[in-house]
Design a protein around this ligand. Structure first.
Ligand code: 13P
Ligand code: SF4
Length: 309
């Protein structure tokens, strides 16, 4: 069976939109109606007129789409496609943390569960985190969760002091500073670009730091021909497609595994995508009481993102 063709057929028959994150395998990216970073995907989910959203990404992203479309069916090819960063922030412990820091505005990175969103005041993504933090009056104290690396980076960028939750992403923490240094010596013309979920030691070596979409745009904008890419390797597919004459070198992890592939993202396959569109399962279901609270900070983020700086 030609899965690509069958998915295209099903999309039309059932009025389905396929939204895919840049970290998905290339065959999934090729069948998507929209490929984006977390912010772009949330914005697309907010405005879609499709009856069903097939979300090729991880669970918290599909949950975000569902929060914005409570009356639509949202399916995820593999319900086990989780996120180490979201897992690093369990709701009970976070509720306690919030109580220990009263009178703080809670800003949560979108990479968290709906329960954490329900405990937050505003959501942000790596694309808009600076803008969201700067929207909070300077006399207000801030809790930033769950990514300590993004939080520390935003603190540096904005000069705001924030209380950070100690969470991290297993993919972005694995890059080896020493191996990147060796790569830089081997490719002296190359620019090193990094996602702000990386550790500070890696970010300090970067020529450009940005969200997945910002990194992609930068590689097209820059006159440089070689890039060392310190983020999940799935993004390289679009970088190479947009810039066939440029060379993209994935930054190496600190061991010998393919750890710069997100194992959660990679649980989705084209076959699972086909099956979930065909059967309408597995479906994302969020308890009403959590959904009602979680959508408020999410919509706040989308409103703030739409406003000019
Ligand atoms: P962005 O899509 O916001 O760049 O985040 C990267 C990521 O880790 C998604 O899981
Ligand atoms: Fe989560 Fe990291 Fe995978 Fe993104 S790359 S989904 S933050 S584990």
């Amino acid at each position: 069976m030609d899965l690509h063709k069958e998915i295209e057929k099903l999309k039309k028959e059932k009025n389905v939109v396929v939204l895919a994150h840049y970290y998905q395998d290339s065959d999934i990216q090729d069948v998507a109606d929209y490929i984006g970073d977390s912010l772009g995907l949330a914005q697309q989910a907010e405005t879609t007129s499709a009856d069903m959203i097939a979300f090729a990404g991880v669970h918290f992203m599909a949950e975000t789409a569902k929060l914005l479309n409570p009356d639509k069916k949202v399916v995820l090819p593999d319900l086990n496609a989780g996120c180490s960063l979201a897992d690093s922030c369990p709701p009970d412990a976070f509720r306690k943390f919030r109580e220990e820091h009263p009178n703080h505005v809670v800003i949560s990175y979108v990479n968290c569960t709906a329960e954490i969103k329900a405990l937050s005041d505003i959501i942000c993504t790596s694309s808009n985190a600076v803008k969201i933090v700067e929207s909070v009056p300077v006399d207000k104290k801030i809790i930033f969760a769950p990514d300590r690396n993004l939080g520390a980076y935003i603190m540096k960028k904005t000069g705001r002091d924030m209380v950070l939750w100690n969470g991290s992403c297993m993919v972005h923490e694995i890059f080896s500073r020493e191996k990147i240094m060796r790569l830089k010596a081997r490719y002296p013309q190359a620019e090193m670009i990094a996602h702000p979920e990386c550790e500070e030691a890696v970010l300090l070596m970067a020529d450009f730091v940005g969200s997945t979409s910002a990194l992609l745009n930068y590689t097209s904008r820059s006159s440089t021909k070689e890039f060392i890419v310190s983020t999940e390797s799935g993004i390289i597919y679009q970088m190479q497609k947009n810039n066939p004459d440029k060379v993209f070198i994935p930054a190496p992890p600190d061991n010998n595994c393919a750890c710069n592939n997100c194992p959660h993202m990679k649980l989705n396959t084209l076959e699972k995508l086909y099956n979930c569109i065909k059967t309408g399962k597995p479906e994302i279901i969020i308890p009403d009481d959590i959904a009602r609270k979680a959508v408020i900070p999410l919509k706040r983020m989308l409103e703030l993102s739409a406003q000019p700086v």
